[in-house]
Design a protein around this ligand. Sequence first.
Ligand code: HSE
Length: 328
Amino acid sequence: MKVAIIGLGSVGKGVAGMLAKKDLGIQVTGVADSRSGVISPAGINIGEMLAHKQKSGLCGSTGITAEDVVKKADYDILIEVSPTNALSGEPATGYIRAALGRKKHVVTSNKGPIALAFHDLRELARKNGVALRYEATVAGAIPIMHTLEHGLAGNEIIALYGVLNGTCNFILTRMADEGLTYEQALMEAREMGYAEADPTYDVQGIDAAIKLVILANTIWDNGVRLSDVDRTGIDLLTADALRLAEEEGCTIRLIAEAMPRKKLLRVSPRILSKTHPLVVEGTLNALTLETDMAKEITLIGRGAGSIETASAIIGDLLYIRDQYVQRT
Ligand code: HSE
């Protein structure tokens, strides 16, 4: 099976590295970053490509663009892992459309296209008989989409509540446990590669709201948008507020919640008892689903990080291999 990778930041490097390390029978025939690209029908030597990227900042030649890789490389699945643009979704949405138009499967961690153009992209994929999978867009390594699609198939999902942004959770944990200031904790989160390229997406609750929109549209197909989410971030939260919560045996977490029956779609800092299942530490994410048959299910796992996100991408790749590629 052949794949092409668009985007060689933290997630792209993680995916490429894991494909090189694990013997999954997956060949990489195209890679592009924001300034260069490489196309090789015989397969790219990932180790050499990553070393070149490390040394020069480029994965290949400046004469080859991401668009060239999407439109010309020979692949079964496009892995679109370029940074999220939540306002326009571009250029990633264009890449995904072009790949689906070529009847190629797409796996993405890019939240912009899925939050903004889900309906259109899903219809295009259906029309062309290919898969569009986006497990990595929500809650990092937690297999939430697979759980909804398979494990909870047939259940009515009544509501969901979750910690969906690892950076905010890391900041809140570090402020409460180590007494760091908000700025110090944010700097650490950026250094460790958890934060978005523009960390205001994280701290203003935009990233969590985007993930909530993706989940709501996946579960209820209700066409909600980012502007429908009632949103408050953690950027104005003080160390004093956290200390006061601690004095009551509580703490603060940025909680995303959706309950269609009450038309509720909200992201906000909430005071929770320290024993609450959603009070997880560091970059962990947690998600409680309220369902009719299974009742309450809470999933906890790593919500950010290069290899953790690669886990979700590789799960999608192998799902497509088993469901589509090996059957044709
Ligand atoms: N910046 C995001 C987070 C990355 O901190 O959760 C994963 O989507």
